[in-house]
Design a protein around this ligand. Structure first.
Ligand code: SAH
Length: 343
């Protein structure tokens, strides 16, 4: 019988698992705290569980973890972690240090099926979904080294194409007995899977970022093939009905690409599209990479675009390209390629 990886279970599922062993439900909370707050790597450490229970658990289950194979540190302090998975695939996570907080950007898939024209990860196609454990273990591994305040699902993969595991991971990440992240500090970024956006909103409370990147269906069809399935009108309607508590807003991400979508006309169309949606805008100057002919926009074009949105009373952030010298910037992750050499 294959042992269950306890990190693949959310608290409710762990309670069921424990109940099936004929034990008290509250043991699950104790185990959760050991796994996620004390970083336990073995059952022996779980000193408030009886020896019997510990033995039973180790017979039927195990505790997985990820250890970084390499950590690259950028001149600006950005850190890129490469994690080798048990099947030999590799994924990357990035920590972006800021004065009062660190933001961790995690992956949800090996590769990606979205095939967005500008994205390096997309050129590799999808190898497989990450398990829940592989998602949360990225957080556990980095937390062993430093405090992390913000978490974004903006690494490799389309999180909503791996919805069940991402929802389960989100439950663990925001659980009081788990990783204890505030739901205000966790953001899932999507290329725009409308059906899954609805399902996500029903299942958990989390911030949503939507990669819009174009203001006409014609251009978006080309840049992001998912637009053919869920065109702008449907996507924006889904943004409008996405349940966010209080005064929280959706983040609209917009990758600015030179002479593709960076003109004042684009900015005008963008404002029209998003004007009914409580949102803030995140402008991301295109990060150049060897698989793409696209170029980053002129600073003047960025400034004009940014200012237009500000003048229309939107909250706008132009994201700086952190970690560019170690290929850790948005859309540059390619962990799958870094297969360990055979020798
Ligand atoms: N699949 C999800 C999350 C991963 S991509 C999504 O599409 O949102 C995270 C962000 O990086 C997205 O907004 C995407 O549009 C952007 N991105 C991808 N490639 C990029 C590049 N080369 N330069 C700048 N941003 C890029």
């Amino acid at each position: 019988m294959q042992k269950v990886d306890l990190k693949n279970l959310d608290l409710e599922e762990l309670e069921l698992f424990i109940a099936r062993h004929g034990k008290e439900r509250y043991r699950a909370r104790q185990i959760f705290k050991w796994l996620y707050q004390k970083g336990a790597a073995s059952f022996e450490e779980m000193s408030n569980l009886s020896k019997d229970l510990r033995q039973e658990l180790s017979a039927s289950s195990h505790i997985s973890s990820l250890v970084p194979e390499t950590v690259e540190v950028s001149r600006d302090g950005t850190r890129k972690y490469l994690f080798r998975l048990t099947d030999g695939n590799a994924i990357e996570s990035v920590v972006i240090p800021e004065e009062d907080r660190n933001t961790l950007c995690i992956s949800s898939q090996v590769g990606c099926a979205m095939a967005c024209e500008f994205c390096l990860t997309g050129t590799f196609r999808l190898t497989r979904n990450l398990t829940t454990a592989e998602i949360v273990n990225q957080v556990c591994a980095v937390k062993r080294e430093m405090e992390v305040k913000n978490l974004v699902f903006m690494g490799m993969g389309e999180p909503l194409a791996n919805l069940d595991n991402v929802i389960r991971a989100l439950k663990i990440i925001t659980c009081d007995d788990g990783l204890q992240f505030s739901t205000r500090r966790v953001t899932v970024s999507t290329a725009g899977l409308v059906r899954e956006m609805d399902l996500l909103g029903r299942a958990v409370t989390v911030n949503l970022a939507v990669s819009l990147n174009a203001t006409t269906d014609e251009l978006r069809d080309r840049l992001m093939p998912i637009n053919k399935k869920y065109p702008l009108k449907e996507l924006l309607a889904a943004c409008k009905r996405f349940p966010l508590p209080g005064r929280r807003m959706i983040t609209v991400e917009y990758v600015l690409i030179r002479e593709v979508n960076d003109t004042l006309d684009d900015a005008r169309r963008l404002v029209k599209l998003i004007s009914g949606i409580p949102c803030k805008v995140n402008l991301i100057p295109f990060n150049e990479h060897e698989q793409s002919e696209f170029r980053k926009p002129d600073q003047a074009a960025i400034d004009i675009f940014h200012k237009y949105l500000l003048d229309k009373h939107f909250t706008v952030i132009t994201r700086s390209s952190r970690g560019i010298d170690i290929s850790a910037a948005c859309g540059q992750l390619k962990g799958k390629l870094d297969k360990k050499s055979e020798d």
